[in-house]
Design a protein around this ligand. Sequence first.
Ligand code: C2E
Ligand code: CA
Ligand code: CA
Length: 653
Amino acid sequence: MPQDMMIVRIWREALKNYALGLLINTTAVLAITYILSGGPSRFVQTWSACALLLMLIRFLQFMYAARRYRQTRTFFPVDKVCLSLGLLLAGTLWAGLGWWGIAHYQGTQQFAIIVILSSLAGGATGTLSALRIVGKAYILLLLLPACVRLYQTGIPFFVTLSLLGVVFTGVMLFSHQNNYKLVRRSVRLMLSNKELVDEVSTLADELKHENNALEARVEERGNDLLRLAYHDELTGLLNRHGVSNLVKYFGIMPGNVTVFFVNLDRFKQINDSMGHAAGDDVLRQIAQRLDGLASRLSRDIFSNVDCQVGRWGGDEFVFYLSQLGEDSLPPEDVGQLIRSEIGNRMKVAGKIIYIDASIGAVSERDCDNPNNLFQYADIAAGEAKRTGRVVLFNPAIREQLTRKSILAQDLRMAIANRQLSIATQPIVSAVDHQTVSFEVLMRWTHPEFGPISPEEFIPVAEETGIIVELGDWVIEQAIAASAGLLLPGRDARAKVAVNVSLHQLLQEDFVDKLLKVSRDGFAAENLIIELTESVFHENEIEMVKQVLFRIKNLGMEIHIDDFGTGYSSFSRICELPIDAIKIDKAFIQSSDEKNITIIEAVVFIAQRLKIRVIAEGIETLQQAERMQALGVNELQGYFFGQPVSTPVPAHAS
Ligand code: C2E
Ligand code: CA
Ligand code: CA
């Protein structure tokens, strides 16, 4: 505890009592003046005038010192000296009264002086208790001169009184000292209390500070978690959770809400060929473009539009559009805007690439429940992938979906319920138009919907995996039917070509099944496996290669179907044991001369590779002649024969 602080506090205590002391002093001066006024000399008047003047000066001094203390919270030495001096002077005046008064007054007046001096000394033990030396000097000044004077009278009573006075003085000094100690102790206690309070409040402040910092950290962490929970780390866009929430809160708001589902085309190829870092870069750039478009639409172009963008996952983005008022943007136009924004040239890993997207949209008006918005938009995007246009979800699509799910369901029982059959279509030599083989095509007659095109049910079968069962069934049927499919003019079995899907090909026991078929008396070389270009898919190529070589070893032929519509390349074809390629009918039927050039090139390369070329979709003699002129080996199409229902011998089915 600092000593200065103690002194200041003790002086403050002294100052507190100073005014009271002055008041008592002034009262005593007035009282004694009154009592002694009828006395023998003018001494009292002079003394009283000096005393009152001194009281006034001391009062002014007190006021000044008190003000200075209030302002500075400290006591200046000059103030301390002046206050002490004022007290000692007052004591001296009282000493003068005792010295002179005891000798010059008698009886009651003499006693009045003694009583007043004793009372003042008694009072001083309390009021001056804070002033250790000055207080005691004041008491001594008050009592000692009077005692000496009493003693000097020699009168035994006064001598006794004087001795009593000395004892009384001693008691007063003792009690003053005790009071002084008390003051000191209480000040010390007060100060240590204050120190404690200060310490506690500092601690409380520190605690509060820590607490605030902790709260801020918790809030920051909470925000981080919230951001992570609702945002996609790679692109910074809202994630699936964030977008779903958006619809939860805004999807039911007034205004017309349209959700666009954006599915990047061939993104997997980019990932596979350029690496995942490049794939990430593409996603980031697409995110930026969509975000830029969203803010341009909502900020710069249309004030009544609100757009949000999110990443649904993988290569799928969601574009959320909410429009107020009648004058709204047609969703097809917005879809096109999104598509062209994505379609702009893009630089990735130092290369320029172009990306397309399949975009499906659904308007809130066409959606029974806001929770289905994304599902329907996704469905529309799936449709867009097939059609290559921006597709707006409508009830017809929903009906199609319902039909699709019914078909998927019913297809499971189609074999058992004998609803499936096969049709065969001849494939002829381009030179003499003699049949060389038959393609076997699956047919399904649904009890409710009637005949269903394979274009419709084969994709459903592939999606649901039923294609494996159906495919096996077709191979069995094809082989059984082949007994009746004789080559014209010869008593030999015709070759049969069956369509095999990738899913089926990748079944572990697929080759074993083929092996079994050829052991059952059917010549393996009479079976042609038609595969679409999906078999060239990077991911499965090694596996496909193995299977194809095993099939080839069995003696069967392998043809690539729908050539030109997928990703096949001649370099891939070189690696695989391919016997023929079947150019897609779109090339044959097109009137575009460019397609003829393509066919020419294909034939040229195929001849070098010793691979036969088949043209499908021949509907006219002109087409047939042209293909022959181009060097195509075999032809297939309505011109030579439509697919006809082919019965299977009873024992074989
Ligand atoms: P695809 O393998 O390309 O079969 C040829 C399709 O073209 C057949 O349609 C056939 O009827 C049709 N076509 C033949 N000649 C002509 C023509 O001159 N003009 C026109 N416009 N079309 C012609 P289909 O039978 O409707 O089969 C469609 C597709 O369904 C097939 O295309 C094939 O990809 C698939 N498919 C059919 N049966 C099977 C099967 O058993 N297994 C698998 N995996 N797919 C099958
Ligand atoms: Ca085919
Ligand atoms: Ca084909």
